[in-house]
Ligand binder design. Sequence first.
Ligand SMILES: NC(=O)c1ccc[n+]([C@@H]2O[C@H](COP(=O)([O-])OP(=O)(O)OC[C@H]3O[C@@H](n4cnc5c(N)ncnc54)[C@H](OP(=O)(O)O)[C@@H]3O)[C@@H](O)[C@H]2O)c1
Length: 276
Amino acid sequence: MTGIPTLTAHDGTTLPAIGLGTWPMDDAQAEEAVSGALADGYRLLDTAANYRNETGTGRGIARGGVPREEIVVTTKLPGRHHGHDETLASFEESRRRLGLDRVDLYLIHWPLPRVDRYVDSWKAMIKLREEGLVRSIGVSNFTVEHLTRLEAETGVLPAVNQIELHPSLPQDDVRAFHTDKGVLTESWSPLGRGSGLLDDPAIGKIAETHGVTPGQVVLRWHVQLGAVPIPKSADPGRRRTNLDVFDFELTPDEMTAVANRPRRRLGGDPDTHEEF
Ligand SMILES: NC(=O)c1ccc[n+]([C@@H]2O[C@H](COP(=O)([O-])OP(=O)(O)OC[C@H]3O[C@@H](n4cnc5c(N)ncnc54)[C@H](OP(=O)(O)O)[C@@H]3O)[C@@H](O)[C@H]2O)c1
């Protein structure tokens, strides 16, 4: 297996081209998965205050024994803490649970447009970055409209937008905006989270051609789109194969075939989804 390439955002933020998702692991599962993943070469980790596993993630990092500066630790602000001062307080709680001096990537988990406080949270996140408590700041589940508003009102565009992205939801419009602005795209539910995607015969055929698994074909599709997938696996064998996607290449026809399926959202619509 070759090394994991990195991608760079408009502000110089760099991310490994693939990471580990930790939802819906509990603390004990996250500790086990994170320490094992670090040993296997994962360097990008994804947790959130709302996953209730930041403590386990932090323990896994401590157990992993990998130099701290090599790891990109991501966590997210929950909806109940939107607002300027609430964001600063929530961040301190996350940092304490993780047991870290600094968080590498801090994201607003959902925009909650009806609540309409994400701009206030964003201003607090800019402050956290200026104080050096957070290395990079970004968002999750933001639409082009939400991103444009952040830039218009603060002059600061997120380094990363983590969105639902898989072959049934390729998000061409949001990705085109990201590419134009230098915002890195992270893909959540990259494997289609148990939706049957990996049992699709068309993907199975491509996997056979390359001598890889259907999961590797789908993760390679993300890599070739320029998006950073964060597959969750509690299984050490699947975690290792998920990381091993840098030694083969899909043809343009195979890229098209992977995404040639009915469009389908597995999670909430960012314009209306509310989660606190
Ligand atoms: N920002 C957001 O709003 C948001 C929303 C949802 C998720 N996320 C993040 O994105 C991460 C990933 O998304 P997700 O967990 O929804 O979906 P996913 O990564 O697409 O799918 C995870 C499921 O696929 C299985 N799996 C993993 N590798 C596999 C492989 N190679 N072959 C077959 N099955 C495999 C896992 O089971 P095993 O564990 O048994 O391997 C698990 O059931 C989450 O963990 C979380 O960190 C963010």
